[in-house]
Design a protein around this ligand. Structure first.
Ligand code: CA
Length: 225
């Protein structure tokens, strides 16, 4: 689970980062509103912890802009202001939940769990093709009784290939879905991750392979014998 923290109070940001890291989340922290918006648009996160009063762009503006760009990452807004109009403004802008500082760590973690559960419930627990199964819960590939863990990008790419196993996926499609539509990631990066995935399929002795179709893209292929 990847969390983006956008918070300009450095001590609070560091405390949040520590709480979430200890709870097992992968955390990225930025201290400026504009950086927060850029990060949220460039990368896919499972949750954004968004302060309201920020330099550059405030939290309401960031939430509204992300929703306008159809980025649906759950947003938990953090603010020192405890007034009803602010809460309404945050939720109207596209935030999913709201917490007023100071807050208890347990409550923060519970709300994060609730928001990320809501999002992941739509994702199937397993995706399968041929002798290969991807398990969403622990981001692993399973085959022949063997299991191998995948990193975030490998997971996103194999999920795409498994979800659209009857289609050829172009490098551009993979880049826009995994890195974001305005990413400047190169084709080489896609090739590198495909090569990591191939090594893992080889390790699993899977009969599924990722085949490259010249000038078109990638597709999964299953050779049962
Ligand atoms: Ca602030």
């Amino acid at each position: 689970m990847k969390v983006l923290i956008v918070e300009d109070e450095v001590r609070l940001a560091m405390a949040l980062q520590q709480i979430l890291t200890e709870a097992g989340y992968e955390v990225q922290t930025v201290y400026h509103g504009t950086d927060g918006l850029c990060a949220a648009m460039r990368q896919e996160y499972d949750l954004i912890l968004l302060d309201v009063m920020l330099p550059g762009k405030d939290g309401f503006t960031i939430a509204a802009e992300l929703r306008r760009q159809r980025i649906k990452t759950p947003i938990l807004m953090l603010t020192a202001k405890d007034t009803v109009p602010d809460k309404v403004l945050g939720l109207d802008a596209g935030a999913d939940d709201y917490m007023t500082k100071p807050f208890a760590n347990e409550e923060l973690l519970a709300r994060i769990r609730a928001l990320t559960r809501r999002q992941t419930s739509a994702v199937p627990e397993e995706l399968s093709f041929g002798d290969l199964t991807y398990r969403t819960g622990n981001a692993s590939l399973v085959c022949n009784g063997k299991e191998v863990r995948l990193n975030y990008k490998e997971s996103e790419i194999i999920k795409l290939l498994l979800s659209y196993s009857q289609f050829i996926l172009s490098k551009d499609e993979i880049i826009s879905k995994v890195w974001g539509y305005d990413s400047d990631t190169s084709d080489n990066n896609v090739e590198a991750y495909i090569s990591f995935l191939r090594k893992k399929l080889h390790f699993l002795d899977s009969r599924v392979s990722i085949i490259a179709i010249k000038k078109q893209g990638y597709k999964l292929e299953y050779n049962p014998c």
